[in-house]
Design a protein. Structure first.
Length: 131
């Protein structure tokens, strides 16, 4: 029996935050493109753009059913996890640090806009017990 269950979708808010952070790094590197560090700065800008593309592509693929079971077991994409440390709760999102039996760790940012408002409130109530 599941204590909490939600069908998560990609978050538009997470996409905006990612674009803001990478955009500010990009703008911060631009002045170095006009000096003697031009080749190094150009390489950094290229790597930054590639990482931004990879991260946005990964965010678009994010989705699926996340379930919290009665035994404090969490199920995500067919694997079982347990809470590794207290959840980090913010008004717009929750960071879950999960650990599998095999020792593999997983960090999930659950954004408020990736689920229904009722599921968001229920998740916050559930995680209050983990503090």
């Amino acid at each position: 029996m599941a204590r909490w269950r939600s069908d998560l979708s990609p978050s538009g808010q997470a996409r905006q935050i990612t674009l803001l952070l990478y955009g500010s790094l990009f703008v911060g590197l631009l002045p170095f493109c006009f000096g003697e560090m031009k080749p190094f700065a150009a390489l950094l800008l290229l790597l930054l753009a590639a990482e931004l593309w990879r991260r946005l592509r990964r965010q678009r693929r994010f989705g699926g059913i996340l379930t919290a079971e009665e035994s404090r077991r969490w199920r995500w994409q067919g694997r079982d996890y347990w809470i590794a440390r207290s959840p980090f709760i913010l008004p717009f999102g929750v960071l879950l640090a999960l650990r599998a039996e095999q020792g593999r760790g997983l960090s999930l940012w659950l954004m408020r806009d990736s689920m229904s408002e009722a599921n968001w409130r229920a998740l916050r109530r559930l995680l209050a017990g983990y503090q």
